[in-house]
Design a protein around this ligand. Structure first.
Ligand SMILES: [Zn+2]
Length: 255
């Protein structure tokens, strides 16, 4: 294991992640909605925070940022796109940028749709991607700022990642996502099995993150716009992939 990841819940259904590059001992945190939750996670792991990586401007991902910087002296990296509130990052990043984190390469993906500033952090050596509110287990983020076409392009970027990539999303929405997924893809046996598995995990109080990209290819309707059965179910056999994605997203909004 080149990278250790410590998941911690905060607020109603958010997940934050502490990551440690084992070879160098460097530690980063993805998002900071609540400073106390991050500080507790640091106490629990005994890790010292070097960097804070912000995915997007929403308060439940950034409210604790300034306090964490004050308390830990961490270096804050955030999106180099205009967000809905003024935030002061030590470094900004854009899609296509590459950072070094200890012995890890970090590839920045710009995945607008939920917000316009959204960036995701992909670590190819560790086969891990931190998707903020872009991609969830069996779901994707609501389109507050971007168009369906933009979010479709963001899904295309994530779909291009290797199937073994572990996906770390920002919320525990999995049970509700599974119920919606079954409504557009009812005959998918992998989806049926996964929905049952998720119910068991949640009943046992377990998080359903991370998820593997392969499982998302098989069960996440927002990555399955090319699937013949879903297209037939929607009556969109000959529509473009982007149009099928837009219809699925719009149905989820009304679900
Ligand atoms: Zn958000």
């Amino acid at each position: 294991m080149t990278l250790s990841v410590h998941l911690f819940p905060y607020l109603a259904d958010n997940y934050g992640y502490l990551l440690r590059d084992e070879a160098s001992g460097k530690v980063a945190c993805v998002d900071a909605g609540e400073a106390d939750a991050v500080l507790n996670a640091l106490k629990q792991t005994g890790w010292q925070l070097d960097e804070l990586w912000i995915t997007h401007w929403h308060p439940d991902h950034t409210d604790g940022m300034d306090e964490l910087r004050q308390q830990t002296g961490c270096h804050v990296i955030g999106p180099g796109y205009k967000g809905g509130r003024a935030l002061s990052f030590d470094k900004t990043v854009q899609g296509g940028d590459q950072l070094t984190f200890g012995t890890q390469e970090v590839h920045i993906l710009h995945t607008p749709g939920h917000t316009l500033d959204m960036v995701n952090f992909y670590l190819p050596r560790a086969a891990a991607v931190f998707t903020g509110d872009t991609l969830f287990a069996m779901g994707c983020g609501r389109l507050f700022e971007g168009t369906p076409e933009q979010m479709y392009q963001s899904m295309e970027q994530l779909r291009a990642l290797p199937p073994e990539t572990e996906v770390y999303g920002g919320h525990e929405y999995t049970q509700a996502n599974a119920r919606f997924a079954l409504s557009v893809d009812p005959e998918n046996s992998a989806l049926q099995a996964r929905a049952a598995q998720v119910d068991k995990m949640r009943a046992a109080g377990l998080p359903t993150m991370p998820t593997a990209m392969q499982a998302e290819f098989e069960t996440n309707p927002f990555l399955r716009y090319g699937d013949a059965r879903i297209r037939a179910h929607l009556g969109l056999e000959n529509a473009s992939d982007a149009a099928v994605f837009a219809e699925i997203r719009s149905r989820k909004d009304r679900f």
